[in-house]
Write a protein that binds this ligand. Structure first.
Ligand SMILES: [Zn+2]
Length: 76
């Protein structure tokens, strides 16, 4: 399991906005509280965004079902 750092801010602003607002906090047990300080990375081809719950500051991890993960596309 290798963790590869990715650049969250390389995403479209709309994407960033969605990830930062559509969250689930295990501490608050509430959805869409938002998160701050996002850090994006992938493990084994699965992309995650870690951040802090905007309400309580606990770690929030969002798993991204990503279509544009490296190497899937054949660019002729
Ligand atoms: Zn929270």
């Amino acid at each position: 399991m290798e963790r590869v750092e990715r650049d969250f801010y390389a995403r479209d602003v709309e994407d960033q906005d969605a990830f930062l607002t559509q969250t689930w906090c295990n501490n608050c047990m509430e959805a869409d509280l938002g998160m701050v300080e996002p850090v994006e990375y992938s493990i084994d081809g699965v992309v995650f965004v870690d951040g802090k719950c905007a309400k309580c500051g606990e770690l929030v991890t969002t798993e991204i079902a990503d279509e544009d993960t490296d190497g899937e596309w054949d660019d002729e």
